[in-house]
Design a protein around this ligand. Structure first.
Ligand SMILES: Cc1ncc(COP(=O)(O)O)c(C=O)c1O
Length: 390
C-alpha cells in the first residue's frame, strides 16, 4: 500500500495525520468498494474487445440501460436511452454543458449558497455568475424570475442542487421544484440540476427531481463519485434527447469514443451483478448511522450554542454556533479541519460544513466534543469572543 507521502503526491489532497479532517466531500477509504470493483474488473478481462476499444459516443448501451433502471427506481419513470449520456464526472459534464449551451459574456444563475467549485468551471467559460438570494437548497423564485425577465442579460442556464444540497445538506420542497419547473418553462430557460447526492438518502427517498417535472429543458446530473468512488470519474446526464444529442455530437466524443469507456463498462458490470446496489445499501446505512451520531453529539453538547438542521441524506451538516464568532477557527485550534461557509446574504452567522463521509462515527463524535469543549470551557476563547463583541 502507498505511504502517506506517496498518497499526498498522487492525490488532490490527503490528511496530514495530525488533524481530524471533516472537510472532504468524498467517501473515506473505508467506504470504497475495492473488493467489488476488483471482482467486476476480473469479469471484464475476458471480454477485451467490448471493454477496451473506443466506446460509443453517448456511452455503452449496457450502462445507459442500467442508469435508466436506477432512474426508474428513484423517480418512477423510465427514461429513453437517447435521453442519457455517460460523462466523466459531474465536473466534466458541467464543462461540456458550458461549452455546448453557453457563450462567453452570458450569465449563469446560482443560489447564494452553492457548490463553489462549479463556479470556477462557469467562470472558465467566460460566464458571469449571478447569485440569487435563497435559503438552503432553494433559490428565491421571485428574484430568479426578475433576473430571467431582465432584458439586459441572457441567462444561459440556472444551476441548482435541490437534493441534499452542498453545503447545507438541505432538500428543496416538492412545491419549490414544481414552481422552479414552471418558471423555467415559461422563460424557456435551461435548468442544470446537479443531483450528486440523490441516491444517498438515510431513510425516505427525497422528492422527485425538477427534471421529472420539466422535461424539455432540464439537464439532470448524476454521478458515481459519491456512491462508488470519485477516482473513477464517471457520471451521467439525463435530459431532453435534443439537448443530449448536441452534447453527444461534440468533437471530443467523436474523437475519443465517448468518455471513460473502460470505467463505464466496469460500473455497468457492477450494476448488472447487483454489487452496486448492495454497496449503496450498506453506504446508506453507514451514513445514516454517522448522521445519527453527529446529531446526538450536537444535542448532548448543546451548551456550545449549536445551530443546525440535521440532513435527511447526503454528506453534509452545516453548523453554526451562537457562542462562537469564528467557528472555523475554533475547529482549527482543536485540530479539526472543516469548510468555513461565509455568512449568506439572507442572514445567519458564519457557519462550517462538516462531511460525514470521510471520518467514521467515533472520529466525528470526538471532533465535535473537542470543538464544544473549546467553545464552552476555554477562558481564552471566551475572552476572545468578549473582545470581538466590543
Ligand atoms: C454538488 C456537487 N456537484 C459536483 C461535484 C463533483 O462531482 P464529480 O466528482 O462527479 O465531478 C461535487 C463534489 O463535491 C458536488 O458536491
Amino acid at each position: 500500500l502507498a505511504t502517506a507521502e506517496e498518497l499526498a503526491a498522487d492525490l488532490q489532497w490527503w490528511p496530514d495525520g495530525a488533524t481530524i479532517d471533516l472537510a472532504p466531500g468524498q467517501p473515506g477509504p473505508d467506504l470504497l468498494p475495492a473488493a467489488a470493483l476488483a471482482e467486476a474488473a476480473a469479469d471484464q478481462v475476458g471480454d477485451a474487445a467490448r471493454n477496451l476499444l473506443y466506446g460509443s459516443q453517448p456511452g455503452p448501451r449496457r450502462l445507459l440501460r442500467e442508469i435508466a433502471t436506477l432512474v426508474e427506481a428513484s423517480e418512477g419513470y423510465r427514461p429513453e436511452l437517447d435521453s442519457l449520456l455517460v460523462t466523466g464526472g459531474t465536473s466534466m459534464a458541467l464543462e461540456e454543458i458550458c461549452a455546448t449551451f453557453s457563450r462567453p459574456g452570458e450569465s449563469v444563475a446560482v443560489g447564494d449558497l452553492t457548490y463553489d467549485l462549479a463556479l470556477r468551471i462557469f467562470r472558465d467559460h467566460g460566464l458571469e455568475v449571478v447569485k440569487v438570494p435563497g435559503e438552503g437548497a432553494e433559490l428565491d423564485l421571485t428574484a430568479l424570475s426578475d433576473l430571467l425577465s431582465a432584458s439586459d442579460r441572457r441567462v444561459a442556464f440556472v444551476y441548482v442542487i435541490p437534493t441534499f444540497h452542498n453545503p447545507s445538506g438541505a432538500c428543496a420542497t416538492p412545491r419549490w421544484r414544481t414552481d422552479l419547473a414552471d418558471l423555467a418553462r415559461s422563460h424557456k430557460t435551461v435548468v442544470v440540476e446537479d443531483d450528486a447526492y440523490r441516491e444517498l438518502f438515510f431513510r425516505e427517498p427525497p422528492p422527485p427531481s425538477v427534471r421529472s417535472r420539466l422535461n424539455g429543458t432540464t439537464l439532470r446530473l448524476g454521478t458515481f463519485s459519491k456512491t462508488l468512488a470519485p477516482g473513477l470519474r464517471l457520471s451521467w446526464v439525463e435530459g431532453d434527447p435534443v439537448l443530449v444529442e448536441r452534447l453527444s455530437q461534440r468533437g471530443m466524443r467523436v474523437s475519443g469514443g465517448g468518455t471513460s469507456h473502460y470505467v463505464a463498462s466496469l460500473v455497468a458490470r457492477m450494476l448488472e451483478s447487483g454489487a452496486y446496489q448492495e454497496h449503496l445499501s450498506a453506504l446508506r446505512r453507514e451514513l445514516a448511522l454517522r448522521a445519527e451520531v453527529v446529531d446526538a453529539t450536537l444535542l448532548e453538547t448543546k451548551e456550545a450554542g449549536w445551530t443546525y438542521e440535521a440532513p435527511a441524506g447526503g454528506f453534509f451538516f452545516l453548523i453554526g454556533s451562537s457562542r462562537s464568532k469564528d467557528l472555523a477557527r475554533t475547529f482549527r485550534e482543536v485540530g479539526v479541519r472543516v469548510v468555513p461557509v461565509r455568512k449568506s446574504r439572507s442572514g445567519g452567522g458564519d457557519q462550517v460544513r462538516i462531511a460525514i463521509s470521510f471520518a467514521d462515527a467515533a472520529t466525528l463524535e470526538a471532533a465535535l466534543r473537542r470543538a464544544a469543549d473549546a467553545i464552552t470551557d476555554s477562558p481564552a476563547q471566551e475572552a476572545r469572543e468578549r473582545g470581538r463583541a466590543c
